[in-house]
Design a protein around this ligand. Sequence first.
Ligand SMILES: *Cc1c(COP(=O)(O)O)cnc(C)c1O
Length: 384
Amino acid sequence: MAVRAGIRRSGFGENSEAIFLTQGYAYESAEQAEARFIEAGEDEFIYTRYGNPTIRMFEERMAAIEGTEDAFASASGMAAVHATLMSVLSAGDRVVSSRALFGSNLFILQNVLPRFGVDVALVDGTDPEQWKREIRPGTKAVFLESVSNPVLEVIDIKFVCELARKHGALAIVDNAVSTPVFQDTLRLGADVVIYSATKHIDGQGRCLGGIVLGTSDFIRKVLEPFQKHTGAAISPFNAWVMLKGLETVELRCNAQADSALALAMKIDGHPKCRRVIYPHLPNHPQHEIAISQMTKGGTVISIDFEGGKEMAFRFINALKIIGISNNFGDAKSLVTHPATTTHQRLTPEFRSELGIGAGLVRISIGLESSADLEKDIEAALDAA
Ligand SMILES: *Cc1c(COP(=O)(O)O)cnc(C)c1O
């Protein structure tokens, strides 16, 4: 499915997916234009902000992989998260979310939604009691990220989604860190699954993109009207890059996750590391849930250094292969210091509640030789 689903060929019968780099579509008559604005058929497009053949191929391929009825792509992962929450929630509605979130997700929940009268409750996603307490009758939506970025917390998705369903709340899961390869989030009960395609789906650090997956009713009646009129459309070129990325996503994610597990096992217990965090390491606090929800532990490892920021910086600066950058899921291994970059804007108190201490370092494992990465990390641990 990742290689072939959703292909739409033009009259030329091209083998590789074509890039339809066009803003609009020409109609044969005024009557045809009128009819298309009343209802566009499967292969009928109006304007690329609404839809485009290359973008549609990406959406259909993702829906086939994920097992949802439909999908809508967007300019970035954040455009996907923002549009989902804004199209679902109105003033007076309640949303309950895990608090260990990607920095910009946290910004939408803490800084944007409350300005529009949305009641936002943040919980420790690993504590079932907090979910039970905060999801009440009338809760409109539940939002979570599992695995979370950058602390790699694992949430019991089935438990939270069942609770959401019982109260009539829409269960929305940001699956960017877990990847479409390792976690079947729909089967675990999610109503809506969101990806930053910028991460593993591109997987080679080129383009921004996002996608929202769900039922046809949700995608076409709730999300699409908001998305197509508010402008965060993905470029057809970027959608094409994502389509080509999908052809190799399974191979890449498997190779990267195999390296990540081997490296996590190698450095676990190192005297300079207070904690080596990786979902499939037996000492991960939610190890059993991680094993039951994910076929592999993902491509990201986090290390909490004993010696705080200074030791973390010495480690980062001593790495020779692994580059300092804030993306992850890339073919190139990358290292980030979340407390001073992606999560810098939070107060030190809130950061420490989230487990993002000054010693925390996140490493995204890429496609370089695992032996080379091991040497690089071990030399940097010595230097730290
Ligand atoms: C990166 C990321 C996003 C945002 O994606 P962009 O494509 O950078 O906008 C959202 N959620 C998670 C979990 C992410 O890691």
